[in-house]
Design a protein. Sequence first.
Length: 281
Amino acid sequence: MKNIFTSRRLVIGVIVVIVAIGAITLGARAHNSEKEPSLPVRVISDVSGWTSNIVNAPIRAVKGGFDSIDELMSTYQENGRLTKKVDDLAQTKVQLQVLQQENRALKDQLKISNTLTDYKVVNAVVTSRSPNSWQTQLIIDKGTNAGLKKGLSVMGSGGLIGRITQVNTTNAKVELLSDNSQGSDRFAIRVQNGDGETVDGIVTSFNQSKNLIVMGQITSSVSVKKGDLVTTSGLGGVTPSGLYVGKVEKVGSDNYGLSKKIYIKPATDFNNIPVVSVAIP
């Protein structure tokens, strides 16, 4: 019985091969012929197409299943990444709250106030700058309507550039650190050397030819060198501490050699100030 079934399978296989070869041959002839295919050719073509659809249907289903699994895995992975981002954001928010609490506690302990964290920042655009006062002042497009007041500190893209001296409803005048007039307000600034020691003083003038801020009224004998950072000290209560001013360029003395002077390279180019930021308590 086993041999009989084996012979039948062999016969069926041979017949299928012959039919397939015949279909291919007839199809090729019909393709090359300009006449309409004969009935046997059309029947064989229809049967072949139907058989192909039956065979390809499971393959398409399997392929679609794999595509769906890939999309599902991609969605799962993306969901995992988004969940991690949400968790990281929540953790960052908690850390920020803790740091704010620690910051307030340290300020109370050290009796420090008026740092930059106690201020909000309002951005403004420079709308006017007169050639006659290019090195001394500029006009910005924010005023009392944005909460600006006289005396507030103004920063450029790199650091401190000056303070507000006049405020209108929709604009304000800013006096620059490069202003050498006698009536200009002077900032209290601080130099910190590599050992963490500090030297306090004030901005006494601006060297126009060398583009350097001059720090005077220095009473400390602490040594500073080129490259040490300079910031506002916050002394006086008007200007927040920690505003970046620039870096020490050199250390010298006045014309009489009696007092120390520190020359500072400003963090901002005073000739190119398109936008500013104002620190508001």
